[in-house]
Structure formats: C-alpha cells, structure tokens
Design a protein around this ligand. Structure first.
Ligand code: AMP
Ligand code: GLY
Length: 425
C-alpha cells in the first residue's frame, strides 16, 4: 500500500518514519515534507492546505491511506473531500474537527455534557466582553474563537491586560476572522498534561500520557510557543488520573460528539490541567500534538498503519496496541528569537554524528536543503528525541545529542523533563 502523510513538521517526520517501517507499506509520500522527511519518504511539493491538489495526487498515485498531521486541512474539510472521492483518509470530518476549530463550540459542548473545564462566557461584542471582565475581575484567560496556531490564547493577570487582549482579538483583528467571537474563562492552576487517543467514534484507545513545554524559556518563562519539548509518560498523570480522564473526559467527549451528530474519528487530543479539583480540559485538538508525537511514536511498539486503518474503518476494537514501558523525551532546538522574530538559512552541523547514536532520533521541523547542506528554515528546527530506561537517562541522552548539533543562534530549553524527574526522584 502507498501512504500519503500531509504536513511538513517534526510531527509529520515522526509519522512518516513510523509508517515507513510498516511491512504493509510500499511507498510513503509526504506533502510538502521537509529535508529531514526526505530521508524516510518521497516529498511532494503540495501545500498541506491545498486539498484539491492533494486529492488529485492521492488518486493518481494509488494512495491507500492518507494521514493528516496538522489541524488546518482537517478544519477545512480534507476528510470530507477525500471520502467523497472514495479515498481512505485518517482524521475527523470538517464538522467533527470544529472541536478544535471553534473554541466557542468546544466550550459549549463541554458545558452541555458536563465535561470538566474552566468556567466561561462567550462574547461577540468587545464591549460586553469587557463589561464581563470588569464584573469577574482578573486573572482571566481570553481566547479567540478560531484557529490561530495557539497564539490567540492570552492569559491575563490584570483587567488592563484582558481589555488589551479583547481589543487585539476583536477590534484590531490581529488574528483575522478567528476573532469574531471570544471565550473568556477563569484561569486554572496546576500542572498540564496531554492525553491523546485514537478513536473511531465507538472504541477509544488512549495513548500513554505526555507533557509539552509551551513557554519559550527555562522555568516556564517567556512567551508561549508551539512546544519546546515533550516527554512521555507524564508522572503527574497517575494511574488513577488516567482512568478518570479516560472516563470523565475522553469517553464523554466522543459520546457527546455522537449525540451532537458529529461522529468523531481519528485522533482526539485533550489538553488537561491537573487542578486541585481534578483534571479539567484546557483545549481539544483534532490531531496529534507536536512535539508530543515524537516521544509517543518512539514508544509505540506496534505497527502504526493497521491502527490507522482500523480507526478509519471503524474496527479499532480489534486492535491490540503495544507501547514500550520505558520513557522517551524530545528536546526542541529552535531558532534564536523564536517565537517572536528569528532569522533562518543557517547551516546545521553534526546531524551525521547523531545519526550513529542508538535510541536517538532527530525529527526535522523547520529545515530545508541548500545543495548538499541542510539549513534552518523555521522557528522550531529539530526535535531531538531519545529513549532510556528512566526519564533521567532519556533526558541525558537527548541533551548529549543536542550538544553535538550546531547552528547559529540555536536556542533550546535546558530543563525539558525536569518536572518528571523531580516528581519521580
Ligand atoms: P490552549 O490553546 O487553549 O491550550 O491554550 C494554550 C495554553 O494557554 C495552555 O497550554 C495553557 O498553558 C494556557 N491556558 C489556556 N487556558 C487556560 C486556563 N483556563 N487557565 C490557565 N491556563 C490556560
Ligand atoms: N503540543 C501542543 C499542540 O500540538 O497543540
């Protein structure tokens, strides 16, 4: 079978790498892919959001399964489009992907179905939103309704900050049409974790827990990014919490989507805050996390392709999914200045040496090839991922590999995994 992976970041490199190892697979394509993905798949020069061209490519190249990495094509309806042409595709429909595409819809779904989340109100008018902030007081979290690559979630410590956030989203439209409505919710305290599951709408197969590191700098300081590193499992999610999150959040969400006539198939990602009152949903994503996918797929012992096929065909109940019990960790190497402003085009050295290391994988994100040289091409450049017998060993190995890789102005957090190590030791 030929498989097409849609996307071109570290998550898609991990997906293409794992899929290419499947004995069921003949050729793996990736659109658009990147210079690292080219080592495991044939890159195709089509943007991840160009649904008509992707569909044409899938038809002409005998693609038996398309796997969609990022949220934008899912929210734009790539699954509906492929299904209507009889093409098999892994992911939720446009209607179901709105669980990520509209924060207003996601919050209303949680309220109607009693799924634990922060208290909130939604507003279509900046004036009313501000009046509400004045009434409830700070701190609050202000979120634009639509997709904004995680940038339009603003945690506000004061009323002034909240008013400014409302102006940015609703009046100045800094995030475009995603800001026609806002969610204003109470700020939750606790430690975050990512709980990600395969589901065909009936069966739910929860992956091991993971934890992302969103802020740019050590000690969770600085602006939020797409994610500076991740590890799995996350010790903050005890066995008891895992059961509770599965029962009260993931199962409830999938049922709620069925009851709302938006049956959900693909990957459902719940961003969770472990609060003193138990786990609460911060957000849903309709796809795998980036960088959580990198350590998760390093831990997946089973062949991924039959799992993806079973999910799209509604027979996930037939699957036994086996995970490596030992942990894995991913340290993101970014361009200096990310996420605010950064330069690209710098040569990356040391990749060959790291390739020789056992239990280490370097997943490429913002890279491109210039002649024989791989150069930086984005904010998040590489996801250096390692496995170990303990989280400390995995962490040390990942940082050993990071130490061998060089590019100008490289920035990485030095404390990925510290929370897990502190908790365990
Ligand atoms: P989201 O895209 O909704 O996950 O938000 C991005 C990040 O903002 C989360 O990972 C949290 O760190 C933070 N955040 C979002 N909502 C809240 C909340 N209600 N309380 C505290 N932090 C939040
Ligand atoms: N790592 C967070 C996300 O993928 O949204």
């Amino acid at each position: 079978m030929n498989v097409l992976v849609v996307g071109g970041g570290g998550r898609e490199h991990a997906l293409a790498w794992k899929i290419a190892r499947s004995p069921m697979v003949n050729r793996v394509f990736c659109a658009p892919g990147n210079a690292g993905i080219a080592g495991v798949a044939e890159c195709v020069d089509i943007r991840a959001t160009d649904i008509p061209r992707l569909r044409k490519f899938a038809r002409e190249n005998d693609i038996g399964l398309t796997v969609v990495g990022p949220e934008a094509p899912l929210v734009d309806g790539i699954v509906n489009s492929f299904n209507s042409s009889g093409l098999k595709v892994f992911g939720p429909t446009q209607q179901a992907a709105r669980i990520e595409g509209s924060k207003v819809l996601a919050k209303q779904l949680m309220r109607r179905h009693n799924i634990p989340t922060a208290d909130f109100r939604t507003f279509a008018s900046a004036g009313r939103a501000k009046a509400y902030v004045e009434m409830v007081g700070a701190p609050v979290v202000v979120k634009a309704d639509g997709l904004a690559a995680g940038k339009a979630v603003i945690v506000c410590q004061t009323e002034e900050e909240a008013n400014e956030a409302i102006d940015r989203i609703m009046v100045r439209k800094d995030f475009g049409k995603s800001g026609s409505q806002v969610v204003i919710e109470s700020k939750l305290e606790g430690e975050e974790a990512s709980m990600i599951a395969f589901t065909d709408g009936e069966t739910i197969a929860v992956m091991p827990s993971a934890q992302d590191h969103k802020p740019a700098y050590d000690g969770d300081k600085g602006p939020n990014t797409g994610g500076m590193g991740a590890y799995s499992p996350a010790p903050v999610v005890t066995e008891e919490l895992t059961t509770q999150i599965e029962r009260d959040i993931l199962v409830q969400t999938v049922h709620a989507m069925n009851r709302d006539e938006k049956p959900y198939s693909g990957v459902l990602y719940a961003g969770i805050m472990i609060t003193e009152d138990g786990p609460k949903v911060l957000e849903y994503n309709c796809r795998m996390g980036d960088p959580e996918t990198q350590p998760l797929l390093m831990r997946l012992r089973s062949d991924l392709v039959p799992i993806l096929l079973a999910t799209t065909e509604g027979r996930l109940d037939e699957m036994e999914i086996e995970w490596d019990p030992t942990p894995a960790i991913c340290v993101v190497m970014a361009s200096g200045g990310y996420p605010v402003g950064y330069k690209t085009g710098y040569p990356i050295e040391g990749l060959d040496e790291v390739e020789e290391m056992e239990d280490v994988m370097v997943f490429h994100a913002g890279v491109r090839r210039e002649g024989s040289q791989v150069v930086t091409a984005g904010g998040r450049v590489l996801g250096v991922t390692a496995r170990g017998d303990t989280i400390r060993q995995a962490r040390d190995l990942a940082y050993e590999a990071v130490g061998k890789i060089h590019f100008k102005d490289a920035h990485w957090r030095t404390d990925i995994g510290r929370k897990a190590i502190d908790r365990l030791e």
